[in-house]
Design a protein around this ligand. Structure first.
Ligand code: GAL
Length: 378
């Protein structure tokens, strides 16, 4: 039985009053406002442990919530949609007071979130927008369209078509490129691809860039669950399908470091990086294995999204809800989840090339010099 049903009549009246004056519907959790942090449990549902990035996110969120005194139930779902559904269900039945969820499939949690709303449990969508439900109260993420723009720009800059700020430079090509996108069930994948394509399109149209395979739609470029192996396979198919006439590929748009590593393996197996130069390959997340590849001159760039800061925003928003307040949003327009525009807090992103590893990743304490040299976290 949910512990919130044990409210006193006075508490219930107070809760209704607070909800009416400025709560956010299902998320107004003024029931918890007079409880101490140590009596409150936060369910944190993360997609997978196969990626460094989500391990770092999970750890940061847990640590920071515990520092505030909350109890934390952190679960990883192995990139399996039913597992995530069960884990969230269980968090709710065990009496979680708030949920922080990074969804595997952004549309697959509607029934769980209805149960959360019925129990007045606020839901924070973490990095990936939860779609097609009214029962998501806040979204913390990065500026995902800008991530795409930064990836497109990094590809252009790597080829010498523009400088790092996107200003036209000397190289005129034509350069053969190929395009990769993330998992179609992840809302972010669409923002990344749109931002990148808006940046690359003028250069595709004027012939500077040539997508030799002709595969320019997101459906053709997408990699289900952002899997490295799937990306490797698609790159192998592209090489045999479109580059078996001796032509060379000069650049690959990749939306995420795991996908980049799959692409790089396929390219290396085909002889790139030995006889012919390694194409410019972009990335995202500053995963340690990829930071090493950038340091070694194999991968060209990544997008650094400081997961410590994202965790901090999630914790700030969680605290606000649990204290009966509304978290502060800095974007109330962009993230329409199909049912409503979800108030969001978006963080800025930074592109990292080899020259930036020290100033942006090591000096900020994200990775140590030793970890970068080994390509492994300590
Ligand atoms: C996205 C996220 C990216 C990357 C990708 C694969 O949702 O925004 O940073 O981590 O998932 O995990």
């Amino acid at each position: 039985m949910n512990k919130k049903l044990g409210l006193t009549a006075l508490g219930a009246a107070l809760a209704i009053g607070l909800t009416a004056c400025g709560g956010s519907g299902a998320g107004a959790n003024s029931n918890t406002a007079d409880q101490s942090a140590s009596d409150l449990t936060i369910g944190v549902s993360m997609p997978t442990q196969t990626s460094e990035r989500w391990i770092a996110d999970g750890n940061s969120v847990k640590e920071q919530l515990e520092k505030e005194g909350y109890k934390v139930d952190l679960q990883y779902a192995n990139d399996d949609i039913p597992t995530q559904g069960q884990q969230v269900d269980q968090m709710i039945t065990e009496g979680a007071d708030l949920l922080i969820v990074a969804a595997i499939d952004g549309t697959a949690l509607s029934s769980q979130l209805q149960a959360a709303a019925d129990a007045s449990i606020p839901v924070i969508s973490y990095d990936r927008l939860i779609r097609d439900t009214e029962n998501v109260d806040f979204y913390v993420s990065f500026d995902n369209y800008k991530v795409g723009v930064a990836q497109g720009t990094a590809l252009l800059a790597g080829l010498g078509v523009t400088d790092k700020d996107g200003k036209k430079a000397n190289a005129t090509g034509p350069f053969n490129i190929e395009l990769f996108a993330g998992s179609l069930d992840d809302n972010n994948a669409h923002f990344f691809f749109d931002g990148a394509m808006d940046t690359l399109k003028p250069y595709i149209q004027d012939g500077t860039l040539v997508v030799k395979s002709g595969q320019t739609d997101i459906e053709q470029a997408a990699i289900l669950r952002w899997q490295q192996e799937t990306a490797q396979k698609r790159m192998e198919d592209l090489l045999t399908g479109s580059y078996n006439d001796g032509s060379k590929i000069a650049g690959v748009l990749s939306p995420y470091d795991g996908i980049s590593r799959g692409i790089i393996t396929a390219l290396q197996n085909a002889g790139y990086g030995q006889g012919s130069p390694m194409p410019v390959v972009t990335g995202q997340d500053a995963e340690i294995a990829s930071v090493k590849l950038i340091n070694d001159g194999v991968q060209s760039s990544t997008i650094f999204k400081d997961t410590r800061k994202l965790a901090e925003q999630a914790v700030t928003a969680a605290k606000a809800f649990l204290e009966g307040n509304k978290p502060e949003a800095n974007d109330t327009k962009t993230y329409d989840n199909g049912v409503k525009v979800v108030p969001s807090y978006l963080l800025p992103v930074e592109t990292v090339y080899k020259d930036d590893i020290k100033s942006k990743l090591i000096d900020s304490g994200y990775w140590t010099a030793d970890e970068v040299a080994k390509g492994q976290s300590n």
